[in-house]
Design a protein around this ligand. Structure first.
Ligand code: ITT
Length: 201
C-alpha cells in the first residue's frame, strides 16, 4: 500500500484528512513527533503549503507527502487573519486566543458578524518530488459568539452559507466534511489521483 505522510502538527487537520482518505488504498501517516514544525515564511497559502511539503519530504524516505495550509479570511478585516490564522492571538496554535483576538477584531470595527471564507491549499509532493496543488473554499459568516465544541480553530464562530444555520463547531465531522474547504481541496486531489495515479509516485 502506498504511504502518504501528513506534513502537519495540527491534530484537527490530521483527524479530518485521515477520515476523508480512509476509504482509499493509501496508508495515511502523521508527522513523526520528533520532527519540529518548519517556519512558515510564505505570504500565501500556496507558498506555505509548498514549504511544509518540501520540508517533510526530507524525513519520509521517498514516500509521498501532503501539506495543508489554510485560514479564515474575514471581509470586514480586509482578509485577516488569513495566512496568519494560526497565530492571530499571539501564540502559535492557541485556538482559544485566536478566537478571542478575532472577536476583539470584530468588536473593534463595531460589528458582530462579517462575511468570511475558509480557504485550504493542499500541496501533494509525490515520491518523485513532483508537487501538485489543490484549493478548496467555503463561504460563510463569522460571528462574535461561539457555538459548539466540535472541530478546531475558528469552527465555533463560523456559519457556512450552505448549512442549516449551525456553526461548524456544532456539526459532526462528517457534516462539516460535506462542505468544508479541506474536503473540497481533497476532492480535487482525489480526482487528480484517479485520473493520474502517477502524481503519488
Ligand atoms: P500546520 O502548519 O502544522 O499544518 P497550523 O494550524 O499552524 O498547522 P496553518 O498554518 O495552515 O496550520 O493555519 C491554519 C489555521 O487556520 C488553523 O490553526 C486554524 O486557526 C484555522 N483553520 C484552518 N482550517 C480550519 C478549520 O477547518 N476550522 C477551523 N479553523 C481552521
Amino acid at each position: 500500500m502506498k504511504r502518504l505522510y501528513l506534513a502537519t502538527s495540527n491534530p484537527g487537520k490530521v483527524r479530518e484528512i485521515s477520515e476523508l482518505l480512509a476509504r482509499f488504498d493509501v496508508a495515511v501517516l502523521p508527522r513523526s513527533s520528533d520532527i519540529a514544525a518548519p517556519v512558515e515564511t510564505g505570504v500565501t497559502l500556496t507558498e506555505n503549503a509548498i514549504i511544509k511539503a518540501n520540508y517533510d519530504f526530507e524525513f519520509v524516505e521517498g514516500s509521498a507527502v501532503l501539506a495543508d495550509d489554510s485560514g479564515l479570511f474575514v471581509d470586514i478585516l480586509d482578509g485577516s487573519p488569513g495566512v496568519y490564522s494560526s497565530s492571530f492571538g499571539g501564540v502559535e496554535g492557541d485556538d482559544k486566543r485566536n478566537r478571542a483576538a478575532l472577536i476583539e477584531g470584530l468588536n473593534g470595527v463595531g460589528v458582530d458578524f462579517s462575511t468570511a471564507r475558509f480557504m485550504c491549499l493542499m500541496a501533494l509532493k509525490g515520491s518523485s518530488g513532483r508537487i501538485a496543488t489543490f484549493e478548496g473554499v467555503v463561504e460563510g459568516k463569522v460571528f462574535t459568539f461561539e457555538r459548539g465544541t466540535h472541530g478546531f480553530g475558528y469552527d465555533s464562530m463560523f456559519i457556512p452559507d450552505e448549512g442549516d444555520g449551525r456553526t461548524f463547531g456544532e456539526m459532526e465531522s462528517f457534516e462539516k466534511s460535506t462542505i468544508s474547504h479541506r474536503s473540497r481541496a481533497l476532492s480535487k486531489l482525489i480526482e487528480a489521483i484517479s485520473e493520474d495515479p502517477s502524481i503519488l509516485s
